[in-house]
Design a protein around this ligand. Structure first.
Ligand code: TLP
Length: 345
């Protein structure tokens, strides 16, 4: 039980005492010179978990996606991705600004492009049109409520892209949530992607950072681009040390967050004026609809006055994210608050 229940995002998780201890003790060096042993350890560990040759520690998921897109495309190329993807919606158009690529968003049913949709979106060799430079996949899918696609679905999409000589990037910000939910090792999801970004700063609870993984040549290019965008951090082993604890200690417990999300969703489904697609609640995100004009704002304010923080992602849509700083009592308290607010709706 916590004084304030904060369900706005799993990015709000606080570092564990073990992380703080590891940070204080971390052996460090200048990482731009590739001399920080703790960063190197985190990068090697991440690459091993994802079955890739190399890893690169970056400041954020946004930076990881940016350097991955820029490293794998040329200016003027087109990037095929889901219309609701994080890269297209919430990364400040960084790939367009820094990479000079054009985005080709495709509307999908569940956030995952089907192989036929990739086939349709790939550009033909024609002097008038841009070349397709990259296909991006997101797993778990944020805007679709933390839904997972299987390694086989990624393989099918990658087969089409690779058949046309186009690489695939996986925005796996929450890839370990997908791995735990589907009971598959993270490397199964990464196998068919040429680059993968995952975050240690979300459900894994490290204070900062993401790791980009891929082939050594890709990571070398990504490293240059990271430097270009100001992401060359010096004695950053003090931060990477928490990322190591995140990967070693915080993955298996994500199952608790998923159970809490299911309990929250099941409670919400019983409340008047609220609706949630229970099948979409596969990991730690619950997105639900408020069937009432300006209902989302009303619910956010009502919860805030009861020390429960939730986040409106639209005028009639709320997102709640469970994480290690939210326990079963907090979920019960959240449901009590929602019950009080919606009484009589
Ligand atoms: N998502 C954040 C916000 O930016 C919306 C959140 O609270 O969920 N890919 C995916 C799928 C993400 O959900 C996020 C962060 C990122 C990339 C970017 O990571 P950061 O925030 O570290 O730049």
């Amino acid at each position: 039980m916590h004084d304030i229940v904060d369900l706005r995002s799993d990015t709000l998780t606080l570092p564990t005492p073990e992380m703080r201890e590891a940070m204080a003790r971390a052996e460090v060096g200048d990482d731009v010179w590739e001399e920080d042993p703790t960063v190197k350890r985190l990068e090697a560990m991440a690459a091993e978990r994802l079955g890739k040759e190399a890893g690169l520690f970056v400041a954020s998921g946004t930076m990881g996606n940016l350097v991955s897109v820029v490293a794998q495309t040329r200016p003027g190329q087109e990037v095929v991705l889901d219309l609701d993807s994080h890269i297209f919606n919430y990364e400040v158009a960084g790939s367009a600004v820094i990479g000079n690529v054009q985005m080709r968003p495709v509307r999908t049913a569940r956030g995952f492009l089907a192989p036929e949709q990739i086939r349709e979106a790939l550009r033909p060799p024609n002097i008038h049109v841009p070349e397709t430079g990259l296909v991006c996949v997101e797993n778990t899918h944020n805007r679709h409520g933390g839904t997972c696609c299987t390694p086989e679905e990624i393989a099918a999409v990658a087969a089409v892209a690779h058949g046309a000589g186009v690489p695939v990037h996986l925005d796996g910000a929450r890839i370990f949530n997908a791995a735990v939910a589907l009971g598959r090792p993270a490397r199964d999801f990464a196998r068919h992607a040429d680059s993968v970004t995952f975050c240690v700063s979300k459900g894994l609870a490290a204070p900062v950072g993401s790791v980009v993984c891929g082939a050594a040549a890709f990571v070398a290019r990504a490293r240059r681009i990271r430097k270009m965008v100001g992401g060359g951090m010096r004695q950053v082993g003090v931060v990477a040390a928490a990322g190591i604890v995140a990967i070693e200690r915080m993955v298996d417990r994500l199952a608790e967050d998923h159970a809490n999300a299911r309990a929250l969703a099941a409670g919400i489904a019983r409340l008047p004026g609220l609706s949630v697609d229970l099948a979409s609640v596969q990991t730690n995100i619950v997105i639900f609809a408020v069937d009432r004009p300006s209902g989302a704002a009303e619910l956010v304010a009502g919860c805030a006055s009861r020390k429960v923080k939730i986040h409106a992602i639209g005028p009639a849509s709320i997102r709640c994210v469970t994480h290690k700083d939210v326990d079963a009592d907090d979920i019960a308290r959240t449901l009590d608050a929602l019950r009080e607010i919606t009484r009589g709706w």
